[in-house]
Design a protein around this ligand. Structure first.
Ligand code: RB5
Length: 146
């Protein structure tokens, strides 16, 4: 599975840590930046990863900023994106199972590194349940078209 990652400076260290974790698990990771701790604007990176998902270059995205909030809001502005910001495993699992989130967002200043690994595992190992959840997602996606 090809996973795209992106962050601002507030999520940079967590991005690097999770990138290494995913690579060690044989996932192919495309890093859309940022590439240092220098201050940058999170919308730029949320948008890059979101475009990677909708273009099909990557299957899912994992994004971070200080809280995960700003970068997820930015990513969700791109048509077709369902970015979920989570800080514990249950929501990470539900984000896939019920919401079929195609981007997972976390806060580099919110979650610790080991928790972030568990969150990523919970999200990646979950399966979308479809059925009534698909109907609800269709309604969400219809909002974009109106
Ligand atoms: C940057 O200082 C910070 O505002 C950003 O990383 C993020 O937390 C925004 O939502």
């Amino acid at each position: 599975m090809k996973i795209g990652m992106g962050s601002d400076h507030g999520g940079y260290e967590l991005k690097e840590f999770i990138k290494e974790y995913l690579t060690s698990k044989q996932y192919e990771v495309i890093d859309y930046g940022t590439y240092s701790l220098e201050s940058v604007d999170y919308p730029d990176y949320g948008e890059k990863v979101a475009h990677g998902v909708v273009s099909g270059e990557i299957e899912i995205g994992i994004i971070m900023c200080g809280t995960g909030i700003g970068i997820s809001i930015a990513a969700n502005k791109v048509k077709g994106i369902r970015a979920a910001v989570v800080s514990e495993e249950f929501s990470a699992r539900m984000a896939k199972a019920h919401n079929n989130a195609n981007i997972l967002a976390m806060g580099g200043r919110v979650v610790g590194k080991d928790l972030a690994k568990s969150i990523v595992d919970a999200y990646l190992n979950a399966e979308f349940e479809g059925d009534r959840h698909q109907r609800r997602i269709d309604k969400i996606m219809n909002i974009e078209n109106n």
